[in-house]
Design a protein around this ligand. Structure first.
Ligand code: CA
Length: 247
């Protein structure tokens, strides 16, 4: 295990109680993986990069674990299905979850992102890819936390960044984390036509390589939940546009 005094570049920056003071702490990763042959080299590599890694081998241990800064979640666990573990963690926490899966069919991927997983890696993967994904996910979380506007109000649509609560037309709208991020991104520039590429890069990952169908699935789900087919318009061949709703 690497020394805790070493301050590398992959640490979480936490604001101190004063203004502008920062203290660096090791980023705590919860690794949920029952296969020791996969887990051991991951732990070794992550610790060498100064991550603080806790390893558990079952879904129930993962659910019971203390809060972490990020969860790496294998889907094939001996006791519980990984999807259930992700959903249970998501019920109580917005901790970033990167799913590690040997399954590669697309329906699973979309379902995973719907469950609130922030990203996924398909086995086998390289260590560099793993750390790149971890950094990308943590960057997005930091951006989210640094959101300057506490609230977006557009006509009858309001989005509260502090509580992630969305109301539209007087109704509370319950969204998955990805649907929320997507709506916030579109609502950040109402009236603008935003390209599919830009949406996928920003809301998902700059290195997103999954199917662009994921985006359509999320748009369709947003429209259904908002119950207004005109709020988010499809601009054929380009992308999407959020039209400012009436008050
Ligand atoms: Ca497994």
């Amino acid at each position: 295990m690497s020394g805790r005094e070493d301050h590398g570049k992959d640490q979480v920056k936490k604001r101190g109680p004063g203004d502008g003071t920062c203290q660096h702490v090791l980023m705590r990763i919860l690794l949920v993986e029952d296969d020791a042959g996969i887990a051991r080299p991951m732990i070794e590599g992550l610790r060498r990069q100064d991550y603080d890694v806790t390893w558990v081998q079952t879904g129930s241990e993962a659910i019971a674990a203390a809060p972490h800064d990020l969860v790496l979640l294998d889907l094939g666990l001996p006791d519980l299905d990984g999807e259930r573990v992700a959903a249970r963690i998501r019920e109580v926490s917005s901790v970033p979850i990167i799913v590690v899966t040997a399954r590669s069919d697309e329906i699973d991927r979309v379902a995973l992102l719907d469950l609130g997983a922030d990203d996924y890696l398909v086995k086998p993967f390289g260590f560099r890819e793993l750390t790149a994904r971890i950094r990308a996910v943590m960057r997005r979380v930091a951006d989210r936390l640094d959101a300057p506007e506490p609230e977006i109000r557009l006509g009858s649509l309001s989005i509260d960044h502090r509580t992630r609560a969305v109301t539209f037309d007087g109704r509370d709208i319950s969204l998955t984390p990805k649907e929320y991020d997507l709506l916030v991104f579109l609502a950040g520039d109402p009236g603008a036509v935003i390209s599919r590429d830009e949406i996928l890069r920003t809301v998902w990952d700059e290195n997103w390589w999954g199917s662009t169908k994921t985006l359509d699935v999320h748009i369709a789900s947003l429209r259904k939940k908002l119950d207004d087919p005109d709020l988010i318009r499809t601009v054929r061949g380009v992308g999407y546009q959020l039209v400012e709703p009436a008050p």
